[in-house]
Write a protein that binds this ligand. Structure first.
Ligand SMILES: [Zn+2]
Length: 286
């Protein structure tokens, strides 16, 4: 088997991860995004109805209480629901990664890969577990902006700012779900690599339009349980991410992947780590 062919298949793993991540993020964020949009629309309707000319509504305190309740209903149970969605997505990502890594390892080594039970792993679980608190934090920040004083001073812009702040919770869910999915995928590849044993290593495959830090990791390999170095970057102007990590995601929405690899496998052509390194330095999406 030629290393070019392996590299192309490994790149497909990053494409698949991107698709899985995007679908998971959409599913996990949609309920809260919709609830906030509905609450904002209801609040705006009432604000307009109670505003005469440019004046602030007379019964402002009552309106503020009513909007508070709207927000409370919009956020109710959302963190826990999104956490469950993240956990489901992480499990699916681990399952998919185990399948892909097993098939690719079998292709490279010419040997069947032992059966593996997929697990999302501790990093994916930790990412999912941050969601309820993150959502409640943003809910709290939004409520803090919702005061009669703020609305008296800034009017409709103040009301809009409350909902804009509330929507940050959607961004927090999105980042946590992406991290859970990426971590679970890396863990799946790690489980396969461990099971293969015999000095099999974990090789970093950068997604085609990866950032400078991720492209600098492409083609690097570690033993399972090891760490990829921090402080790498192809952009000499700045070094991001000083911390060593056990694998992708290097940052939220990083779709780099790990694949098992051994120097003893009969792969022809440019050595796979060298090829991945070269491709990360030259193959960039426009
Ligand atoms: Zn990356």
């Amino acid at each position: 088997m030629d290393s070019q062919h392996i590299a192309a298949r490994a790149r497909q793993h990053t494409e698949r991860l991107r698709t899985m991540e995007q679908r998971a993020v959409a599913q996990a964020t949609q309920p809260l995004a919709t609830a906030i949009a509905d609450a904002q629309s209801a609040a705006l309707t009432r604000w307009v109805r109670e505003t005469v000319g440019q004046r602030i509504p007379d019964r402002l305190a009552e309106l503020v209480d009513w909007v508070r309740n709207l927000l409370r209903r919009a956020f109710h149970g959302q963190g826990v629901q999104a956490q469950a969605a993240a956990e489901r997505a992480a499990f699916a990502a681990a399952h998919n990664a185990v399948q892909q890594a097993s098939q690719l390892a079998a292709t490279m080594s010419g040997q069947p890969t032992p059966p593996i039970t997929p697990e999302p792993g501790p990093d994916a679980q930790a990412a999912a577990d941050t969601i309820p608190t993150a959502v409640e934090e943003e809910h709290g920040h939004a409520l803090a902006l919702l005061t009669t004083a703020a609305l008296t001073a800034t009017g409709l812009a103040g009301l809009t700012a409350v909902f804009k702040r509330a929507r940050r919770a959607v961004g927090r869910i999105s980042r946590a779900v992406a991290t859970a999915v990426g971590s679970a995928a890396a863990h799946g590849a790690r489980l396969v690599t461990r099971a293969l044993g015999g000095g099999t290593r974990l090789l970093w495959v950068a997604e085609p339009d990866a950032c400078a830090a991720c492209r600098a990791s492409a083609g690097r390999h570690i033993r399972p349980g090891g760490m990829f170095p921090g402080g790498l970057s192809l952009d000499p102007r700045r070094t991001l991410f000083p911390t060593p990590i056990p694998g992708p995601p290097r940052h939220p929405h990083c779709r780099c992947v790990l694949i098992p690899w051994s120097a003893t496998w009969p792969i022809s052509g440019t050595p796979l780590p060298t090829l991945l390194r070269q491709q990360a330095r030259t193959n960039r999406r426009p």
